[in-house]
Design a protein around this ligand. Sequence first.
Ligand code: HEM
Length: 403
Amino acid sequence: MTITMSELDLTDPATHLRPDLSEFWAEQREGQPVAWHPPSAGRPGFWVVSTHALATEVYRDNVRFTSEQGNVMETLLRGGDSAGGRMLAVTDGPRHRAVRRELIKSFSPANLASLRIRVRAAMRELVANATTTDSCDFAVDVAPHIPLTAICDLLDIPEADRPQLFIDASTSLASQEQYADELEATLARNGLLLYFSRLSKRRAAGPPRDDLIGTLIEMTRGPLALADDELVFNCYSLLLGGDETTRLALVGTVKALAEHPEIWARLRAGDLDQDVFVEELLRWTTPALHVGRVAVTDTELGGTAIRAGDVVTVWNNAANFDDAEFHEPHRLNPDRAPNRHLSFAYGPHFCLGAALARIELVALLDALAELVSDITVLGEPKYIYSNFLAGMHSLPVRFTPLG
Ligand code: HEM
């Protein structure tokens, strides 16, 4: 049965929990790869891009399609992002390139080498602990601890500050639960901004250090003259940008392994190229559902006229399952190569933290293969309530220890 755009509201988080959504996306890709989503609940209409080729075209071109007014549907439809031009993800042009060039140095293999060792050890310990109990909630007991700790290490956040930061980070994202308190979430986000403002002032008064905050402080003094609020917005976005996305990929990985015993057996036998498999897991889990842009001039996309100022949303969960790009897209294929998934987007805004996320996923695969003989899902997973991110906030499992 055909599901048309007018029967669905992509701004409603409940839509993304529908079991028949992959049929909807297949029909969109086939019939209307650039479709107009009508206005809903007081919000304006917007374009919906669903094929891999057209998604890539939008991502590639930040001259025609800008991020400066925001890169998430919710903010774009509410009139724009207040951090536009002052935070990497929502900046374009030469300033974006210059700030990115500096920040990406912290994510080079050499810089991540010692973090990789710490992530591996922390993951091993968490998984080992999980094997000592009859059941654990992987999404609560294991997955949240790794991404935040890793980014706090990169930012060199003092240990004593981390517990409060972890609380504020998770409250900030709580709006992704159905009955969450939006006021609490706003207060927590403000708490994080205030924290980074104070920390950076304290750090600026001390000796220079070469962690990520040290790099940002250097940028306030160098030719880029990064403003204080730019520094704070970027710390905030690094902390939150890499937290829940990676967590959702980790949780989705455990469920995928539990549901594919033949792949699990190959992983345990050391018969998989883990780097190749991780790319497929990123495609399979697609934690960021969409990314948004605004058309800068009147233009054309896939034969459809787009007007200057129109909001254009690119749906990664549609593009990542496009059979024009991926053979048998609805099969988890651990050997899929090449794998041009768009989970980290593409082009100028390609995810800055991709290398770190990959390290965390490989650490999980290693820990499971080394310590666990069986993964059993014990109860119904619970899915987050969001029109932006996808995945589970609860996954009860039993990890049977090896040996
Ligand atoms: C599986 C985990 C992750 C996923 C799925 C993910 C997804 C994405 C996506 C789709 C974008 C592109 C946004 C756009 O084009 O507007 C992006 C950008 C970005 N990500 Fe990630 N991300 C992940 C992990 C991380 C981590 C671990 C960090 C930081 C430590 C991070 C920091 C960033 C930053 C700073 C940008 C902006 C880059 C730019 O605009 O140049 N992400 N991410």
